[in-house]
Ligand binder design. Structure first.
Ligand SMILES: [Zn+2]
Length: 91
């Protein structure tokens, strides 16, 4: 499958239809995922927890589809990191 052929197909990670060029998933380096998921994985990687395992896909609920859902899940993710840090500081 050619790179551009992925446009219009379903992202295996969030089940969203890919509207732009795909990103190579960091979870296995062989699966193409949508661009927002690629960004999400990069943030997961950057945060130190690593990209969510492929076995746990689809990672984003259908109710959260679209870029706003991805952004919200990234915000939740960072909130959870922040609250973890805060709770550790309280002890
Ligand atoms: Zn996706």
């Amino acid at each position: 499958m050619k790179y551009e052929d992925y446009i219009g197909t379903e992202c295996p990670r969030c089940l969203e239809i890919m509207k732009t060029y795909p990103a190579l998933s960091r979870s296995d380096n062989s699966t193409y995922i949508c661009s927002p998921c690629g960004t999400h994985e990069a943030l997961e990687d950057f945060s130190g927890v690593g990209a969510i395992d492929k076995d746990l896909w689809p990672h984003i609920r259908r109710a959260d589809r679209g870029i706003s859902g991805v952004v919200a899940s990234i915000q939740d993710f960072f909130k959870s990191i922040m609250s973890d840090t805060t709770s550790k500081g309280d002890k």
